[in-house]
Design a protein around this ligand. Structure first.
Ligand code: 8YV
Length: 334
């Protein structure tokens, strides 16, 4: 029987490519992420499966151009780049990669929050520019993290992991806002109290945004929310570009209406709003919150396991571990 062809749409660990090559004919986009729609459609034509990251748009047009596709497996937890309904309608299995990146991403979110509060990158740029020639009592004096109120927007796995760090490690009272409240036992584990969104923005000293991107979450943090924040407060976004209105944030920073911000994700990334690039009190990183080598490997391995299972090979054929629409497999002829 002919081997199925799969496309890995980004350069990836050799070990993961070797593993997939044991079962499939593997094409790898070694030259970089393949996200441009026409190039992706051309290369994916004739493939049964795709291993993708959080960036290429997987939509009805791509699926229609690649009728042989049976699985799209992402190594990201966020799947706003994939039209899951369009995949389901065409019998294409979709998976994401939850769980494996939770703690690594929470570490980075916490680091960004601390960097913003304590003006870490701003002061480093000053030193590197050769401008440090004296010491002053108020030089780069920022905001304390320990003991201040941590506000979390979105309280999934990553939000809870950040809450734990704040409550247990830094003695922070934790408030959160999420569509659904945690049950009281889970709230107790992370010492968190649910509040409405305006209260979150008005009361928190440091706000971390970890809500998944959906049409409803678009600009969930905009002029109105920023206007509620304390002048001494910070905002960190590790969710997705588009959850925060970057233009409104740049204005708030420029006018000193909030103390600082830290962003790992941007509207229209890899482009960054010029007002953010010009602002001093903001820490900017290139979407790397999950980037520890061990975690990136775990994310890739999980995507590979899903791809194998969705295409009927590997240790759990037919049972992808983190499928988003497992019903499509039940509907497939054996
Ligand atoms: C990825 C992420 O690094 O998992 C996610 O949702 O945003 C990151 O961990 C990014 O999407 C690239 O795949």
């Amino acid at each position: 029987m002919d081997r199925l062809r799969v496309l890995v749409t980004l350069p990836l660990f050799d070990e993961v490519i070797d593993r997939l090559s044991a079962s499939f004919d593997v094409d790898v986009s070694r030259e970089g992420i393949l996200a441009e729609p026409e190039a992706l459609a051309r290369r994916a034509a004739g493939c049964a499966g795709l291993l993708v990251s959080g960036s290429p748009r997987i939509d009805a047009a791509l699926l229609d151009a690649c009728p042989g596709l049976r699985a799209v497996c992402s190594m990201a937890v966020g799947f706003n780049n994939i039209d899951v309904d369009a995949c389901t309608a065409r019998g294409v299995l979709v998976s994401n990669a939850p769980g494996v990146l939770t703690e690594t991403t929470a570490d980075f979110g916490f680091a960004l929050m601390m960097a913003a509060a304590r003006r870490l990158t701003e002061s480093e740029h000053y030193l590197r520019a050769g401008r440090w020639n004296t010491w002053r009592y108020d030089m780069f004096a920022g905001q304390d993290v320990h003991g201040s109120t941590l506000g979390i927007l979105g309280m999934g796995r990553i939000g809870q992991a950040i809450a734990r760090r704040g409550a247990l490690g830094f003695g922070m009272p934790v408030i959160y806002h999420n569509r659904s409240r945690l049950d009281p036992a889970a709230e107790a584990v992370v010492s968190a109290r649910w509040v409405d969104k305006p209260t979150l923005f008005a009361e928190a000293d440091h706000i971390v945004v970890v809500v998944p991107y959906t049409p409803q979450a678009h600009h969930m943090v905009g002029e109105a929310e920023l206007g509620l924040m304390k002048r001494t407060a910070t905002l960190t976004n590790i969710a997705r570009g588009g959850v925060v209105d970057d233009a409104a944030l740049a204005r708030a920073l420029g006018e000193g209406r909030i103390a600082a911000a830290a962003l790992d994700v941007f509207e229209g990334e890899p482009q960054v709003h010029p007002g953010l690039l010009a602002a001093t009190h903001v820490v900017l990183t290139p979407h790397i919150a999950s980037a520890s080598l061990r975690t990136r490997r775990a994310m890739a391995d999980l995507a590979a396991s899903n791809l194998e299972a969705a295409l009927g090979v590997g240790p759990t054929p037919g049972r992808p571990p983190t499928a988003l629409n497992p019903q499509v497999l039940a509907a497939r002829p054996c």
